[in-house]
Design a protein around this ligand. Sequence first.
Ligand code: BGP
Length: 472
Amino acid sequence: MLHKKLKAFPQDFLWGASTSAYQVEGANLEDGKGPSCQDVKEVPEGTSDLTVCADQYHRYKEDIALMAEMGFKTYRFSISWSRIIPEGTGAVNPKGIEYYNNVINECLKYGIEPLVTMFHFDMPAALDKRGSWSNRESVDWFLNFAKVMYENFGDRVKYWLTINEQNMLTLVGPVIGTLTIPEGCTNELKEIYQQNHHMLVAQAKAMALCHEMLPGAKIGPAPNISLVYPASCKPEDNLAAQNYNAIRNWLYLDMAVYGVYNNLVWAWLEEHNATPEFAEGDEEALKSGHPDFIGFNYYNTATCEWDDGSEELSQAVDQQTARGEAGMFKGFKNPNLPTTEFGWEIDPMGFRATIREMYSRYRLPMIVTENGLGAYDKLTEDGKVHDPYRIEYLRKHIEQVQLAITDGCEMMGYCPWSAVDLISTHEGMVKRYGFIYVDREEFDLKTLDRYRKDSFYWYKKVIATNGEDLSD
Ligand code: BGP
């Protein structure tokens, strides 16, 4: 649709950026924090561990001051479960509560709305030992953690996100370092979708509890949504795209919003004897969630073609790689899209298409909780970081958000990844996303000083003009 006149971003649009606890905080075993699965995993060769990260635990004041300087309206960060409850269940760590109180208060001091992710890839290691999400009790563990957060922070936090990228936990758990399969398991697919089911129930219950305990707050899911294109206009490629859209995207949002399993995914799981078991009360619990909005991460679209099921397909490399499922779909390299230095396709127009599709399916306001470009940034001798490629990437994506708003989609905010440089899920420190450069290398911690990148000044102007001026 060509628009003659673009609609402006809403006056209360939440401009900000995102991070996650295990990737940014460091201090991973300090002040009573228990280890999470991220602290005990084997990190990919050549990449840093998660001991220090960007050291935000000790530098949150400086980081939040810089965010305030950029004019942030919101800061999306996550709360580390094992910093709050070191063993995952049981005793609460007062130092953990104190830390997040400080972060929240520091944000509010500058008028920055905290947007809190409750769970971002960091299951307490103690709970991993008890079977992680495979254990039915995980629903109660999570609900208890949610309650502790609502009790301690609910007087000030108005926006909550449940589980970051539950779809990626399910689809590419090993890449992120989160998949735990119990010994003796004979049907891995069933086990994974049982874990997924527990997360879905836990999420729905946490949303319902939020509404009960904090009537003024808003809560939503935060999956990674990438619209899937068919590789051609062949009818079978279109069916393949529908299959992958269901498995990758709609399963999670159909559940969060309507509390029902996507029928295509259910039929596929049936084929593999992998449908999850429902415990008593799950059906009602799933329908009781009712998110107030949808948070979603977008990096690029996916493309796939028909698969006739005759051969084994390669598995996904990471979050943004369309994998294959025999007889369902096969990943296809889209020849129309450029890629980042790390091989992820770049598709701003697909961002608009993704937003349009989500809005037509769910009719809920949406906030972008991640979007961004990972690159090898360089600090110059005079303390500058010239990142025109990031400015270009973000500009093109923000333009598409405005087009989607003009299309009639309700958008609440935009939080690119990431506020500050941090450790990537599996590609270390060298894959940088931040507006704020952190002076450290993969293994050499250097000064950990902060520097404003060129994109910092650019984003500051974007926010100051409420998205009207996107020029350099
Ligand atoms: C998302 C995760 C983030 C983040 C981002 C960039 O999938 O929610 O935690 O890391 O992707 O990915 P990567 O670090 O792999 O480049």
